[in-house]
Each structure stands twice: as structure tokens, then as C-alpha cells.
Design a protein around this ligand. Structure first.
Ligand SMILES: NC(=O)C1=CN([C@@H]2O[C@H](COP(=O)(O)OP(=O)(O)OC[C@H]3O[C@@H](n4cnc5c(N)ncnc54)[C@H](O)[C@@H]3O)[C@@H](O)[C@H]2O)C=CC1
Ligand SMILES: Nc1nc(O)c(N)c(N[C@@H]2O[C@H](COP(=O)(O)O)[C@@H](O)[C@H]2O)n1
Length: 226
């Protein structure tokens, strides 16, 4: 019914995704960069929130020529399907995701998005509507599963990841903890949003693996489903 969802992110040793200015910063190193590229190449699709697009303008392309070749030789596109969760269709038409490298793009919007902007973005990406004011992630993920997307990697940011946890849609959660302190009470963290209040609401995890990577630590968690 839903794709298998792996959340992957890099955070500082004090649990921040970026600075209070929400600017992309280097948290992990070369080995982690390579690991993330492999993960990206293994998944059918990769998804980010509009906050990440506006802050970082990522391309989300597979970087290594061998990994691109491997995907092509197995009959897939060079890049996974790139997805932006963007309730109000705020994605700039110049966004890197829409232009860099070949492959499908999907923008998830809500019914509140401006129809004119939807038409413009429709020149660059498939538009999928789910939800009234905000993208309803359970409806959207069910729709992309029907479109053939079985595995989905999520890169961030903290608001989108929170909603995925809240909606019980995450299967695995990978955090690369880098050897820096960023600080700042308002700096993004892996799960922002409103947060759970009661202990019985918490998402429960079990450790799948722990390893040193670059000068930090890679923790892989599996989500314990009720
Ligand atoms: N260190 C890392 O691995 C990464 C860091 N980042 C950082 O994260 C920050 C961006 O994170 P955020 O501002 O939290 O933005 P975000 O990327 O999580 O996007 C959130 C936006 O998505 C839209 N949205 C639509 N439906 C939604 C739903 N159901 N739930 C939640 N959001 C929904 C809303 O407009 C919301 O404001 C940037 O500073 C970026 O650099 C982003 C990705 C990876
Ligand atoms: N895995 C990882 N490590 C870091 O140190 C980072 N700063 C990030 N940031 C996210 O990576 C994305 C960049 O994608 P492209 O290289 O443009 O394809 C972007 O979403 C950053 O927020 N990730």
C-alpha cells in the first residue's frame, strides 16, 4: 500500500540539520557522501520538502558514473524519481531538481495550490494532488505506490520527516552524526513539527547497526511497527 520508506540525514553531534539561517552546511565526509549516493541509486524515488528546495536547491541526482551506469543497465532511469512535497506549489521553475540530469520528477501539491503555478510546474514535473491545505502524506504515498514506486528515500528536512513519523510511514531511519556542534535553538532538527506529547505516542526504534564513518558515526535504526 505504501513504498518502503528510508529516511537518511546528516546531523551535527548536537542534533542539528543545518544552522539557524537554514543554510546547507557540510556535516558528513566523503565516505558518507559515497554511502548516500549508493542509497540514492538503490531506491526507486527520493523525496524532499519544499523547505529543503528553497534552502539548499539540491539536484538529488546520482553522482557516481558507475552507479548511474548500473541503474541504466538494469533498465531504470539514471536517477531515481525526484519528488518535492510542496502544498502550495512554491517550487521555483528554475529549481535544480527540475533541470539537472534526466529522469522523472513529481511535485506533490494540495488543493490549495495556485492552478496557474501548477500549470507552469507541469512543464517540468508530474503534479500529484493529495490533501486540502497541506499534502496528505498517507494519500500521496499510496498514490505513488500505485504508480510503481516501491522504495522511497527521504532526505529531509525536519518538518517533512516529522510528518512522516507522525503518520507512521517510516520503515528505516539512518543518521550520520558528524563531528561538529552547530547549536541554535531554532536550527532544524531531524523531526521538527509539533512533536509527540505522550510517551505512548513516541515512535519506537531498534538499532540495526552502528559504525564509525569519516570522523563521525552512522546509526541505522529500524522502526518498530505496532
Ligand atoms: N543535514 C541534512 O541531511 C539535511 C538538512 N536539511 C535542512 O533542512 C532544512 C529544511 O527543513 P524544513 O525547513 O523543515 O523544510 P522541509 O524540507 O521539511 O519542508 C517542509 C515544508 O514542506 C511542506 N509540506 C507539505 N506537506 C507537508 C506535510 N504533510 N508535512 C510537512 N511538511 C509539508 C510545507 O510547506 C513545509 O513547510 C534546511 O535548513 C536544510 O538545509 C535538509 C535535508 C537534509
Ligand atoms: N547526507 C548529507 N550530508 C551532509 O553533510 C549534508 N549537508 C547533507 N545535506 C543535504 O544533501 C542534499 C544535497 O543534494 P545534492 O548534492 O544537491 O544532490 C541537500 O538536500 C542537503 O540538505 N546531506
Amino acid at each position: 500500500m505504501f513504498p518502503y520508506v528510508t529516511v537518511n540525514l546528516a546531523m551535527s553531534a548536537d542534533g542539528k540539520l543545518s544552522t539557524i539561517e537554514r543554510k546547507q552546511v557540510k556535516i558528513s565526509g566523503q565516505d558518507d557522501f559515497r554511502r548516500v549516493d549508493i542509497l540514492k541509486a538503490e531506491n526507486d524515488a527520493i523525496m524532499v520538502g519544499i523547505g529543503t528546495v528553497l534552502a539548499d536547491d539540491p539536484s538529488l541526482t546520482v553522482k557516481s558514473p558507475e552507479l548511474k551506469e548500473k541503474r541504466l543497465s538494469s533498465g531504470r532511469d539514471e536517477n531515481p524519481v525526484r519528488i518535492i512535497v510542496d502544498s502550495k506549489a512554491r517550487t521555483p521553475c528554475s529549481a535544480e531538481i527540475l533541470h539537472k540530469g534526466p529522469g522523472r520528477r513529481i511535485i506533490a501539491v494540495s488543493k490549495s495550490a495556485d492552478p496557474k503555478k501548477i500549470d507552469e510546474l507541469g512543464k517540468y514535473a508530474e503534479i500529484v494532488q493529495a490533501g486540502d491545505e497541506r499534502v496528505d502524506l498517507r494519500i500521496f504515498l499510496a498514490k505513488i505506490a500505485e504508480m510503481g514506486i516501491e522504495t522511497l528515500m527521504v532526505e529531509g528536512g525536519g518538518s517533512l520527516i516529522w510528518s512522516l513519523f507522525e503518520d507512521d510511514l517510516v520503515d528505516e531511519y539512518y543518521t550520520c552524526i558528524g563531528n561538529v556542534i552547530i547549536g541554535g535553538a531554532s536550527a532544524p532538527t531531524p523531526a521538527d513539527g509539533t512533536g509527540f506529547i505522550r510517551e505512548n505516542e513516541f515512535t519506537k526504534l531498534e538499532i540495526a547497526s552502528m559504525e564509525k564513518i569519516d570522523s563521525g558515526v552512522l546509526l541505522k535504526w529500524k522502526i518498530i511497527k505496532n
